[in-house]
Design a protein around this ligand. Structure first.
Ligand SMILES: CC(C)(COP(=O)(O)OP(=O)(O)OC[C@H]1O[C@@H](n2cnc3c(N)ncnc32)[C@H](O)[C@@H]1OP(=O)(O)O)[C@@H](O)C(=O)NCCC(=O)NCCS
Length: 178
């Protein structure tokens, strides 16, 4: 299994993983469906392609991670992703955010951990380097233990539309530069 930056040819495989793991698959219209893909997938592929990484095995793409280095620079996402304004006060310390998914056929084999490490290395090595990264999940979700184990130990829970959302942050050690 290898992790690399996604090429054009990886898009269909990554999109397959996206739908296999998607929390929502029923939409009232094609427009709503397209918006869902855009806000969790397409935006990142188009706007921060260097941070769109895929894991590939003999069968094909088995996982991906995507995100941005400085969330506040992506105001286009704020009106369509309600959790972004909700946690905006925390982005000085944890400016980057990510989305990660691993196909069910390969879960529990450490691929998610490897994707996180590769994403964090890409953030830490970028210019300017990013000092912290976060993700937002549901309070009580199974994946919470996965993120805690991987160092996302700064947690803040807030309510949105009756649901408990959990912000999970990790500070990054940035490489010193000459
Ligand atoms: C969360 C996820 C990215 C982790 O990737 P992975 O390659 O399975 O991770 P690892 O092998 O490094 O670690 C295994 C841990 O992943 C989590 N995990 C495994 N299957 C999961 C599932 N179906 N749903 C949520 N989390 C899961 C658990 O925390 C598991 O640890 P545990 O067995 O002690 O409970 C992956 O399981 C996944 O895509 N799950 C479904 C979608 C999801 O939750 N995406 C994240 C949205 S915020």
């Amino acid at each position: 299994m290898i992790v690399t930056a996604a090429g054009q040819e990886d898009c269909p495989g990554a999109l397959e993983v996206f739908w296999e793991t998607a929390a929502q698959t029923d939409f009232v219209s094609d427009t709503e469906r397209r918006e869902f893909v855009f806000k969790y997938f397409g935006y990142y592929r188009d706007c921060e392609s260097a941070l769109f990484l895929v894991a590939r095995d003999d069968i094909g793409v088995c996982g991906y991670i995507c995100g941005v280095a400085r969330t506040r620079e992506h105001q286009a996402l704020y009106p369509i992703s309600d959790h972004l304004p909700l946690f905006d006060d925390l982005y000085d310390e944890y400016p980057a955010h990510l989305h990660i998914n691993v196909h069910a056929r390969t879960r529990g084999q450490g691929i998610g951990a490897k994707l996180l490490r590769s994403f964090e290395e890409a953030l830490a090595g970028a210019t300017p380097a990013t000092s912290g990264v976060h993700l937002v999940t549901s309070a009580g979700a199974r994946n919470v233990s996965f993120y805690l184990r991987n160092g996302y130990t700064f947690t803040v829970e807030r309510a949105l539309g009756g649901a408990g959302l959990l912000f999970m942050g990790k500070r990054l050690i940035t490489r010193s530069r000459r």
